[in-house]
Design a binder for this molecule. Structure first.
Ligand SMILES: *Cc1c(COP(=O)(O)O)cnc(C)c1O
Length: 468
């Protein structure tokens, strides 16, 4: 499988190349040159497979010759063997129509584990082949940091430096990062805000003196391998609900548009998806883009669903590209406009292409609480704020055929957002047993002032240069 950039100017790469590359050299994102196709018979034959085997089947066309089927199955078995539920992503019924797909049974209780556990293994595999070294540098406001650290802790040829704003992540979130004591894990508390930490990281990616010596990499959701791993659970859920003979709709709590784009990919591969409902909170750039063609960034308003508090949704570029008939010149021009004016207009053709599969909804704090209360009182389910936003959108969705079930993606364990859950339903969700001693474990992290030179010197003094 060959991958091309959405902006058309970067060299094509194979799967191994895109996994290690992150962003394309022209500023675009890598996408497969063509969507692999599964027939109805291919999909029917996947029914009942254990998750790791299903993952191998769904991902193999994307991986191509970079891994043999046997090796890919070994990696999926190892990645998903670490999940606390035997079904990996269990599906729960709420009422006659509504279902929850629980994606939070991984080591850090967030759906990001599904992709990052596999990505950590892919890094190790490909770096060993090349005898190369990767230095992951990231800033986190909470969830991504712990999932990324857990995925690469103790792995050969990878170091991770994770910056979090001192005093501005919850104790559980901080401890999920700082109690990982592997020697390749470096946690840094920065004096300043998340945006300050993020700005420091961006500057390091553009510092030729650093990138010339070190293989600096990101683990955010622009990485193709992360998206690919998320395609699998759309198949898993739809198969349980009768695919390929019955269509299914999905409601997805959306931030960077990675998770819901994976659903779009599943549909392009032949999975019969009736509709993808993009749920946003009051930070609604994606709702405005999909409902009126106006993709324009405002300012971020903090909410109880922080992983959806975004104004720039990186993976949306991949949909812009596909919906424009893969016109890379058009997308490059649109993104250039966006980078200078913080706004772009979708073409009529893009809007029409998106409307064939997507609808969107903006759910405010009242809607979020209403969904949490309904799930608890009517179904006995405690759900987190992100999941609640999507569930409310799912329940409000109009015009779906009566026989189409709606699956809401449950992206975080409620205990990660215990205070918000308590405010909504008066219950404090307990941390799962396996996390029980988190508050007693030893922590290790360094605290640094936010200035760039100090952080750069800290990283370069500890990281391993390329081709070490
Ligand atoms: C990251 C995250 C999201 C948003 O997913 P995207 O792929 O960025 O759209 C939603 N919910 C939770 C809990 C998350 O951690």
């Amino acid at each position: 499988m060959i991958y091309v950039s959405t902006r058309g100017q970067a060299p094509a790469l194979d799967f191994e190349g895109v996994t290690l590359a992150g962003l394309a050299g022209d500023g675009g994102l890598y996408v497969p040159e063509a969507w692999p196709q599964f027939s109805h018979a291919d999909i029917a034959a996947m029914a009942g497979l254990p998750y790791a085997q299903l993952a191998q089947r769904v991902m193999q066309p994307f991986v191509g010759d970079s891994l043999t089927p046997e090796r890919l199955l070994e990696l999926t078995t190892a990645a998903y063997g670490r999940f606390a539920h035997a079904a990996v992503t269990p599906l729960k019924q709420l009422d006659e129509r509504q279902w929850l797909l629980e994606l939070f049974h991984g080591p850090t209780l967030a759906f990001k584990d599904v992709a990052l556990q596999l990505l950590g293994l892919l890094f190790e595999e490909f770096l060993a082949r090349r005898d190369d070294h990767l230095t992951i540098v990231g800033a986190t406001s909470g969830d991504t940091g712990s999932a990324a650290i857990d995925a690469v802790a103790g792995r050969a040829k990878v170091d991770i430096f994770m910056l979090h704003p001192q005093g501005r992540v919850s104790e559980v979130q901080r401890r999920q990062m700082t109690t990982v004591l592997a020697s390749n894990v470096h946690n840094v508390a920065i004096d300043g805000s998340f945006d300050d930490a993020q700005a420091t990281v961006k500057r390091m990616f553009n510092d030729a003196a650093v990138t010339g010596r070190f293989g600096i990499a990101a683990v955010n959701s622009i990485n193709w391998a992360r998206l690919m791993a998320q395609v699998v659970y759309y198949f898993a859920a739809a198969l349980q609900l009768g695919a390929p003979h019955r269509k299914v709709a999905f409601a997805v709590p959306t931030g960077n548009f990675g998770d819901v784009f994976a659903g779009y990919v599943a549909a392009q591969m032949g999975l019969p998806i009736e509709r993808l409902i993009v749920a946003t909170n009051i930070n609604d750039i994606l709702h405005r883009a999909l409902s009126s063609g106006d993709y324009s960034a405002g300012t971020v308003t903090p909410t109880a669903a922080p992983s959806m508090d975004i104004q720039v949704s990186s993976n949306f570029e991949r949909l812009l590209f596909d919906a424009a008939g893969r016109d890379a010149g058009l997308v490059a021009a649109q993104m250039q406009t966006f980078e200078t004016t913080r706004a772009l207009q979708l073409t009529n053709a893009q809007r029409a292409a998106m409307a064939r599969l997507f609808t969107s909804a903006r759910v405010d704090a009242d809607g979020m609480v209403a969904a949490q209360r309904w799930a608890f009182s009517a179904c006995g389910e405690v759900i987190d704020p992100h999941t609640a936003i999507a569930l409310q959108a799912a329940r409000d969705e109009q015009g779906l055929p009566a026989d189409v079930p709606v699956v809401t993606l449950a992206t975080a364990h409620p205990a990660k957002f215990g205070d918000a859950v308590h405010a909504a339903i008066g219950q404090h969700p307990a941390l799962p047993e396996r996390m029980g001693d988190l508050l007693d474990r030893a922590e290790r992290y360094d605290r640094l002032p936010g200035d760039y030179d100090t952080v750069r010197d800290y990283v370069t003094a500890r990281a391993t240069p390329r081709h070490a």
